[in-house]
Design a protein around this ligand. Sequence first.
Ligand SMILES: *Cc1c(COP(=O)(O)O)cnc(C)c1O
Length: 399
Amino acid sequence: MTSPPQPTDSIGTPVSTPPDFETLRAETLAVAAGRPPRVVDAPLNTPPTFAATYIGTHQPGHGDLGYGRYGNPSWSALEEAIGALEGGRALTYASGMAAAHAVLELLPSGGTIVIPANCYLGVATAVAERATRYGLTVLTVDVADTAAVLTAAEGADMLWLESPTNPTIEVADLLAIGAGLRGNTLFVVDNTFATPLLQQPLSIGAHIVLHAATKFMSGHSDALMGALVVAKHDTARYRALEATRKLHGATPGTMEAYLVLRGIRTLSVRLAQSQANAAVLAERLATHPAIGRVRYPGLPHDPGHETAAKVMSGFGSVLSIEVANAPAAEALISSVSVWVFATSLGGVESMLERRRRWAGELPTVPEGLIRMSVGIEHVEDLWADLKQALDTLPPYSAE
Ligand SMILES: *Cc1c(COP(=O)(O)O)cnc(C)c1O
């Protein structure tokens, strides 16, 4: 029997030091963060660690990971990258909704929460359920109306914003809201649509940033993942959230954490391409007779344009269009072939769906509204596919 190759003396020898994250831009952080130490024979990428438990001292104060629900090197690597991108400290969760529930848990019984009138449906539903059970007061606001947001937030326990909103693509002036917010209101921003490449809510005073990392961060529609990010100095909040995650157990899978970190490596190029595609498509869609309205803050006449130009460093790659009615929307969706009819967003593949097909979708969302998540395909293929479908629809007229 031959013995396995023996480690050489050089294993574990430091090769070079990692860069100082404080000095790096987002595109570089997305590539550099969440790597193993630079020592001889270490893998370049943090390998997936499949572990329900760990061998340890099991003595208090030794810093052991302990058990699989308490921590995992694959989560830590992903958290380092998400934290670096948002400029804070991140915790990852089994899904965006698991992260959302971890935040909603912070509301006291009988408390008051402010949410967008057009809010991500899962969050709106979760808030409504909790409101009944825990006697919460729920105030809804137009996120684009800064004065209304600030008035509603006065004395509230939590201000929960999403910007741009899903699926109506309204834009909140996070700079003005962050500057105007008074008192002890916990300020939460769902930054899923913008990603930290377009806006960083912690920098304008948000206490917690939420991500459905399932979407743009993952980017490949193959993993569910949620994240919360708090400011670097906000150790007490970080520890409290971490303690709750240990108990609640809504922890991410190892493979998912690996996949999402892999997705983050290309976030900046994916976003740049999909955003450029979205800008071209939005302009063309706006002139098509079958479409009543295109909602995309990149269009100069969009109600969110000015605010987005001020608050965000790009207009994103999700837009919504309104066709005449539900049958027209369904007809369009079933006659495209490059675009995929699916209910997600932020992937490399262009996706679209009529939001009101969901029974619970808010009545403020028009029946003929189609949300479109623009991917990274060639823009002319995306346009040709849409145009042949749109050309068969009746001209738009408000019903
Ligand atoms: C998808 C989404 C969520 C929920 O994320 P999941 O990973 O699907 O649980 C929350 N907020 C927004 C804006 C989303 O698009």
